[in-house]
Ligand binder design. Structure first.
Ligand code: NAP
Length: 461
C-alpha cells in the first residue's frame, strides 16, 4: 500500500477519534461518539494490517482470539462497582504493551542491521520508562481497589528522594541504552521504572485513588504516543497524545472536584487520614430515623424534591426504582431534579451512566455548581447511598481527609432524607454530621428496597 494512502487513512482515523471525543463529551451524543471512535480504530487496524508485508497473520489472529475472549469475559463478569479497578488494569496493560512493542521494534531493527536514529532511541527509552511505570502503578492501584493489598497510603521517610533516585537511574540506563544499543539496558531501565511505578502509587489511597487512575490513564496514552514515534506510526502518535491529553484534563477536573493540587497527585501522600472525628460525639442521641410511610407523607407536601445519588445506589442497583419514584412524584405535580457530584460513586460519570441506564432525562441531572444554589428552595433532598459527597465536615474540619472538597449543600434544604443501611462511613472512612442534623431523617435500609417501599406508600396515600 503506498505510504501516502496509508497516511491519508491514518489522518481520517485521527479525525474520527477527535469527533469521537467531541461526541463523548455529552450523554446525548455519546453513542455516536463511541461508534465514530470504533470506526476510526477499525480503519487504523485494517490499514496497518494491509501496510506491513512481514506480519504473521496467524499470530495476530491468535492474539485477537485470546485477547477477545479475555476481554468479553471481563466485560460480562465485572461488577459495575468494580469498574475503577478494571479501568486501572486496562490502563496498565496499555502501558505494558507499549513498552514491549518498543522493545520488539528495537530487537527487529538490530536484527535487520537498521540504524536507530535519535528520535527512535529517545522514544524507545520514553516508552520503556512510562510504559513500565504505568503497568506497575496500575497493578498496585488495581490491588488496592480490589482489596488485595491495604488501601491505606504507605509512607516512609525520605520517599521523595528514593523516587527521584529511581527516576534518575531509569534515565541514566536510558542514556547507556542509547550509546551501547544493547537491549539488556532496556530491560534494566524497565526494571527500575517498574519499581518507580510501585513507589509512585503506594503513598496514595483513600478517596484519592480515582485521581491516580485517571493520571495512569494519561500515562498509558503517553507511552502509546512514544511507541508511535518508535514505529513512525502517525495514528499511534495522534491517538496516544489524545489519550494522554484527555487523561490530564480529567485528572485536573477530578483534582478540582476533590480540592487537591496537581503536585499533590504527583508527589503522593494524599488520601491520608489525619485525624478521625469521634462517631459517638457526632451521632450520640441525635440521629432520628423515619419509616417509608412517614417520608412519603413528607414528600406529598413538597413542591420541589432533589435526589442525590451516591455509591450505595450503584451497590443496590436502585436506579430503576428511583426512576419510578421520580415519575410518581412528578405525577403529583412535584418538581424533581438530580444532584450529581463529580466524584459520587466509584468512577467519573458513575451516577450519570446508571441514571441514563434507567432512562432518566439528562436535563434532570444537574451538576454541583448548578444545583447548589437551589438547595435553599428545596423542600426535601433525598440522599440515596451517598455519604462523603454530602458531608459538611469538608467545609468545617480542616483535619478531615475530605477537607476543602466541594460538597453538595443538601443540609441547606428544608428537610433531608438519607437512605442507607446503617451509620457506616463512606469511602473516606469518617462520620457524617449531616446524619445527626436537626433537619435530617434517616431511612435505614437497602436503597432499592427503601425506594420501592416509598413508592408503595406514595401509591397508597
Ligand atoms: P460513599 O461516601 O462511599 O458512601 C456510600 C454509602 O453508601 C455508604 O456510606 C454506605 O452506607 C451506602 N451504601 C452501600 N451500599 C448500600 C445499599 N445497598 N443501600 C443503601 N446504601 C448503601 O459514596 P459517595 O457519597 O458516592 O462518595 C464517593 C466517594 O468515593 C468519595 O469519597 C470519592 O472520593 C470516592 N471515590 C470516587 C471515585 C469516582 O471516580 N467517582 C472513585 C473512587 C473513589 P451503609 O453501609 O450504611 O449502607
Amino acid at each position: 500500500m503506498p505510504q501516502a494512502l496509508v497516511n491519508i487513512a491514518y489522518l481520517i482515523s485521527a479525525l474520527l477519534f477527535i469527533f469521537a471525543f467531541k461526541g463523548l463529551s455529552h450523554p446525548r451524543t455519546a453513542i455516536r461518539g463511541n461508534l465514530l471512535g470504533a470506526l476510526g480504530m477499525l480503519i487504523a487496524i485494517v490499514v496497518t494490517l494491509m501496510d506491513k508485508s512481514i506480519i504473521s497473520y496467524e499470530l495476530i489472529i491468535l492474539g485477537f482470539v485470546i485477547g477477545g475472549v479475555i476481554g468479553v469475559v471481563f466485560a460480562l463478569k465485572v461488577r459495575m462497582t468494580a469498574m475503577p479497578q478494571m479501568v486501572a488494569l486496562f490502563n496498565g496493560f496499555g502501558g505494558g504493551a507499549s513498552a514491549l512493542v518498543a522493545a520488539l521494534a528495537f530487537i527487529e531493527a538490530m536484527a535487520l542491521n537498521k540504524i536507530m536514529g535519535v528520535q527512535e532511541t529517545v522514544a524507545t527509552v520514553a516508552s520503556g520508562i512510562i510504559g513500565a511505570v504505568t503497568f506497575w502503578g496500575s497493578l498496585v492501584a488495581f490491588a488496592k481497589l480490589e482489596g488485595l493489598i491495604e488501601e491505606r497510603p504507605i509512607r516512609y521517610k525520605g520517599e521523595q528522594i528514593v523516587k527521584i533516585l529511581f527516576a534518575l537511574a531509569s534515565i541514566i540506563l536510558g542514556v547507556y541504552f542509547g550509546i551501547k544499543k544493547d537491549i539488556s539496558y532496556y530491560w534494566f531501565l524497565t526494571a527500575t521504572a517498574s519499581v518507580l511505578g510501585v513507589l509512585l502509587t503506594i503513598p496514595i489511597g483513600g478517596a484519592d485513588m480515582p485521581v491516580v487512575i485517571s493520571l495512569l490513564n494519561s500515562y498509558s496514552g503517553l507511552a502509546a504516543c512514544a511507541t508511535g514515534f518508535v514505529l513512525n506510526n502517525n495514528v499511534l502518535i495522534i491517538s496516544g497524545s489524545l489519550v494522554g491529553a484527555s487523561g490530564i484534563i480529567l485528572t485536573n477536573i477530578m483534582c478540582k472536584a476533590m480540592n487537591r493540587s496537581f503536585t499533590n497527585v504527583l508527589f503522593g501522600g494524599f488520601g491520608e487520614i489525619v485525624a478521625e472525628a469521634d462517631e459517638d460525639k457526632v451521632y450520640g442521641g441525635k440521629v432520628k430515623s423515619a419509616s417509608p410511610v412517614e417520608v412519603a407523607m413528607l414528600l406529598e407536601n413538597a413542591r420541589r424534591v432533589v435526589i442525590v445519588p451516591g455509591y450505595g445506589m450503584a451497590v443496590s442497583q436502585a436506579q430503576f426504582a428511583i426512576r419510578d419514584l421520580m415519575k410518581i412524584l412528578e405525577s403529583k405535580g412535584i418538581e424533581v431534579e438530580f444532584a450529581i457530584h463529580p466524584v459520587a460513586g466509584r468512577m467519573p460519570g458513575h451516577m450519570n451512566v446508571l441514571l441514563a441506564e434507567a432512562n432518566i432525562p439528562y436535563e434532570k441531572l444537574k451538576e454541583m455548581d448548578e444545583i447548589n444554589p437551589t438547595f435553599e428552595q428545596t423542600d426535601v433532598s433525598i440522599v440515596i447511598g451517598a455519604n462523603d459527597v454530602v458531608n459538611p465536615l469538608a467545609r468545617t474540619d480542616s483535619n478531615s481527609p475530605i477537607a476543602g472538597m466541594p460538597i453538595l449543600d443538601v443540609d441547606k434544604s428544608k428537610t433531608v432524607v438519607v437512605i442507607k443501611r446503617s451509620l457506616a462511613p463512606g469511602f473516606a472512612g469518617i462520620p457524617n454530621p449531616l446524619f445527626a442534623a436537626d433537619n435530617t431523617l434517616m431511612l435505614f435500609g437497602d436503597a432499592k428496597k427503601m425506594v420501592q417501599e416509598l413508592i408503595n406508600a406514595l401509591k397508597e396515600s
